[in-house]
Structures are given as structure tokens and as C-alpha cells.
Ligand binder design. Structure first.
Ligand code: DC
Length: 223
């Protein structure tokens, strides 16, 4: 294909977006853009520097003075570089997960990150996952999907992920955290979690990851 094409997968936390987007990108032989990783990386930097998370101007300056690279390697692994330092593991900590909403709700920060994402979409074909890709970042994307699942199932998937990593699981705490993240995502004034009118809604509650990937790939093939 000569012109870059974009596939967007938006949806709430724990719906399986990143896993699906990564596998789909591999299947299509295009880049994978994990936009959540960018918000996480900036949060990590703010935490490390002790930047006031309640100060939008300080967060925007931080965003403008930071270089974040999200590199998808053909083998399937994702490397996230924060000012050239690999932070792929550190950005997945509980503290970063729970505090990213400060960064995500700051308009000046979103402007910087969205701009970077748009530029990437003009350069290469990609599958991106996030909250506002179909609505704000890539409104003209060739294919848009909104991936959802029942709240309880999303909680269970998160718990399974943690167990797989050998980490302890506090189920009640996990439910509370996910509920708060949903709330932050849905009520943010800029770039909230929202299905684009022309996105296809997929309820993955009773589906495996492979089923979702194949379903999306078939939709794309058909066009
Ligand atoms: O997809 P994730 O859980 O890694 O995203 C981390 C946080 O970043 C999430 O709480 C919401 C925010 N985010 C966002 O505001 N916009 C995006 N396009 C992607 C993520």
C-alpha cells in the first residue's frame, strides 16, 4: 500500500486493546502505536522530577521539553524511550497507572502528544490504541474500532495479567482502581474516552484475543 493507513482501537482500560492492537499490527505488517505508553512515560518523568501534578502549566512545559519514543520491534516487543532511556517496565507500575489521569486531563499536554501521534500517522501505516484516536487524533482513519467488555471481565483480565507476571492481586483494590480510571477517562474535558460515530463497536466479553484480532482483520480485508 502506498499511502499510510491507520487503524484505531479505542476503549476502556482492561478491554484488551493493546494486546489486540499489537497482534493486529504484526498480522498486517505495520507499526503499533501504544498511545497510553506516552501518557504513562510523561507521568513517570513528572513523578521522578517531583513536578506538581496539579499544575497544568508545569506539566505542559514538561511535555514540551521531553522526547518520548515508542518503538515497535518486528519481533513483537514494544520499547518505550523517555529522553532516550528505556522505561518500558517502569511505566507499568501501579503508581504510574493510578496517576496518569493528571497528565491525561491536561489540555496542553494532550496537544503535544496528539501532535506527535498525528505526525507518526502521516509517516507510517499503523494500528493505534487509546481513548481518543478515532475522535481526535485520527478522525479520518481508514478503520475505526471501539473495544469494550463487561466491567467484571475487564477486572478479571487485569488480575490474570498480574498473576502471570507473578505479582500479588488485591481484587477489591483492582476493581476500585479500574472504576476510578473509567470515571477519569469518561469525564475528562479534553480527549475523553468516546466511541467515534463511525467506529465499529466490539463487545469482547465472550471473545478470546485471537477471535477479536481475526474479527477485525476480516473487516479490514473485506474493504
Ligand atoms: O491504555 P493505558 O491504560 O496504557 O493508558 C494509560 C492512561 O493514559 C489511561 O489512564 C488514559 C490515558 N490515555 C489517554 O488519555 N489517551 C490515550 N489516547 C491513551 C491513554
Amino acid at each position: 500500500m502506498s499511502m499510510p493507513f491507520v487503524v484505531t482501537i479505542d476503549g476502556p482500560a482492561g478491554a484488551g486493546k493493546s494486546t489486540v492492537a499489537k497482534l493486529l499490527a504484526q498480522k498486517l505488517g505495520v507499526a503499533f502505536l501504544d498511545t497510553g505508553a506516552m501518557y504513562r512515560a510523561l507521568t513517570l518523568k513528572a513523578l521522578r522530577l517531583g513536578t506538581d501534578l496539579e499544575d497544568p502549566a508545569a506539566l505542559e512545559s514538561l511535555a514540551r521539553a521531553t522526547v518520548i519514543d515508542v518503538l515497535f520491534e518486528p519481533g513483537g516487543s514494544l520499547r518505550v524511550l523517555l529522553d532516550e532511556q528505556d522505561v518500558s517496565v517502569d511505566i507499568r507500575s501501579q503508581e504510574v497507572t493510578n496517576k496518569t489521569f493528571y497528565i491525561a486531563r491536561t489540555p496542553g499536554v494532550r496537544e503535544v502528544l496528539v501532535d506527535w501521534q498525528k505526525r507518526m500517522g502521516r509517516k507510517v501505516s499503523l494500528v493505534g490504541d487509546g481513548r481518543d484516536l478515532g475522535t481526535v487524533v485520527f478522525p479520518d482513519a481508514a478503520f475505526k474500532f471501539f473495544l469494550d467488555a463487561d466491567f467484571k471481565v475487564r477486572c478479571r483480565r487485569r488480575a490474570d495479567e498480574l498473576r502471570l507476571k507473578g505479582l500479588p492481586v488485591d481484587e477489591a483494590g483492582l476493581e476500585k482502581d479500574l472504576m476510578e480510571r473509567d470515571q477519569h477517562d469518561l469525564t475528562r474535558k479534553v480527549g475523553p474516552l468516546k466511541k467515534a460515530d463511525d467506529a465499529l463497536y466490539i463487545d469482547s466479553t465472550g471473545m478470546s484475543i485471537d477471535e477479536v484480532v481475526n474479527f477485525i482483520a476480516a473487516r479490514i480485508d473485506r474493504q
